[in-house]
Design a protein around this ligand. Structure first.
Ligand SMILES: [Zn+2]
Length: 481
């Protein structure tokens, strides 16, 4: 896009936010009046797919438009450095004359060098616990500060107040919709007992394990309450609390005359299990749709068409960096893996959807609108499971790293499969997985392997995801259009 005055750009990420719990995506509870207000002037993407199921991996993908195996941060592990050869969104904005700031929770401290390119980088009071497990301990002990979204917003507003008129890139990451869902009053009780719960009467046991497999994690549970709806109401209250803070940001921008000429993108790093697949109030692990379908709302700056747009084509978190740069009219030569989708604001159609790929440590996957194939490195997963069992309980980091294998072991009690296939067109809830090379998935294996072989040289989004040969083959099999 071309502008006389380059627009400021806000990226708002809300941890654990599910699209189907927002008004603008059709939710019945009034969780999001302020987000809905932004959505009225935005493109609302109904099929936005996150690359990560953990905070760290997902935020890093957003910041670099690179795959998990490239930026090195595939899970919430300590001490892994962000790949120094990959430029970040903030660095590119900075190079192009923007002031840059990030305000977020302690979790971002886990990404070494995530502050690259930011003039201001503030992890708040939670940032004092510099290392992840210090933060986790506070979270699980219930000492999480319920006022953090408010403090974060105040800091962001103070930062904007001091600015002299130069365009800025501001990234806020709100953590308050993350378990244990303890927003301050009145949000903590706002939706409790209103009869609008979506837990379908589920009452699993109150689990003692952190994972949330088969039961409610102990650190979330209240006086042994096992009604899932109770906790969903708390989760929704936390969303409403964050929504109010996003409203504060919008009001500030409007008062300053900055709202019109600012681009605002709102999304989530991953969603949250609220009982699907018998997993409760947790995330991480397999890229199942419950987790990887996230909200994506992009308000363009003035000059773009008025009114809301609904875009049903599959897009991904890899697209956020090139799109925000495209909206700001910034030219660059970085070989991003995502695609600039800002053409939708010029009334143009996006190219055909040929699928979203994942590749993390022990997992590779391909998702098309109709199918999903997940390949698992079974031997390495089983080896990790074994070493986790023998780890001493005091070795917290090892315990954390085993969440993924434990989840797989829980979901697949008969044995961890080497591949999992979902027919999304007929099984959108992914309740009927087919394991280990079912007939109908046969054509997808070469596609995924072809992509793995070529991915390092790819750039520019889905049109280059397949070699011409594989593309034709997939078309003939009906996997893609
Ligand atoms: Zn997260």
């Amino acid at each position: 896009m071309n502008f006389k005055n380059p627009p400021s750009v806000l990226l708002i990420t809300v941890d654990c936010l599910r699209p189907d719990h927002l008004g603008c995506y059709g939710y019945s509870r009034p969780t999001s009046p302020c987000i809905d207000d932004i959505a009225k002037r935005s493109a609302v993407f109904t099929q936005a797919i996150s690359q990560g199921t953990y905070t760290v991996s997902s935020l890093t993908t957003m910041a670099t438009s690179s795959y998990l195996f490239e930026h090195y941060l595939s899970e919430n592990v300590l001490g892994v450095e962000l790949n120094p050869s990959i430029p970040t969104l903030a660095e590119i904005f900075k190079k192009n004359g923007y002031d840059t700031a990030f305000f977020g929770p302690w979790m971002a401290a886990n990404i070494k060098d995530f502050n690259r390119g930011f003039d201001a980088f503030d992890l708040g009071t939670m940032g004092l616990s510099r290392y992840f497990f210090g933060g986790l301990k506070r979270l699980t002990s219930g000492r999480y500060d319920p006022g953090s979204a408010e403090a974060l917003t105040s800091k962001a507003i103070r930062w904007m107040q001091k600015k002299s008129g130069k365009p800025f890139f501001l990234w806020l990451h709100y953590f308050d919709a993350h378990a244990p869902y303890r927003p301050r009053p009145p949000y903590n009780r706002m939706f409790v007992g209103d009869g609008l719960g979506t837990g379908q009467g589920r009452k699993p046991f109150v689990a003692s394990r952190f994972l949330g497999a088969g039961g409610i994690p102990r650190f979330i549970s209240e006086r042994g309450i096992s009604d899932v709806d109770h906790y969903i109401a708390k989760y929704d209250g936390a969303i409403r609390y964050v929504d109010g803070q996003i409203g504060r940001l919008s009001s500030f921008l409007k008062k300053r005359g900055l709202y019109e000429n600012s681009a605002i993108a709102l999304t989530s790093d991953h969603a949250e299990y609220l009982g699907e697949h018998d997993l409760y109030f947790c995330h991480g692990g397999l890229p199942l749709d419950t987790l990887i379908r996230v909200p994506l709302i992009i308000k363009p700056p003035a000059g773009a068409p008025e009114g809301a747009l609904t875009i049903d084509r599959q897009v991904q978190s890899l697209d956020i960096t090139p799109t925000l740069l495209g909206i700001a009219g910034i030219k660059h030569s970085t070989p991003f893996k995502g695609q600039d989708i800002s053409c939708v604001f010029r009334g143009e159609k996006l190219a055909d959807d040929t699928g979203v790929f994942f590749w993390a440590r022990h997992i590779a996957a391909l998702r098309t609108p109709a199918f999903k194939l997940i390949l698992l490195d079974r031997d390495r997963i089983i080896a990790r499971l074994g070493s986790a069992r023998s780890a001493k309980p005091t070795q917290r980091s090892r315990k954390w790293k085993t969440v993924f294998p434990f989840q797989l072991e829980y979901l697949y009690k008969e044995g961890i499969p080497a591949s999992i296939f979902y027919d999304l067109a007929n099984d959108g809830a992914e309740v009927s997985p087919k394991i280990d090379r079912p007939q109908e998935a046969e054509g997808l294996y070469p596609a995924l392997n072809d992509w793995k072989g070529r991915v390092s040289e790819l750039r520019g989004g889905p049109s280059e995801h397949f070699s011409r040969e594989v593309r034709e083959k997939l078309k003939s099999l009906g996997y893609i259009q």
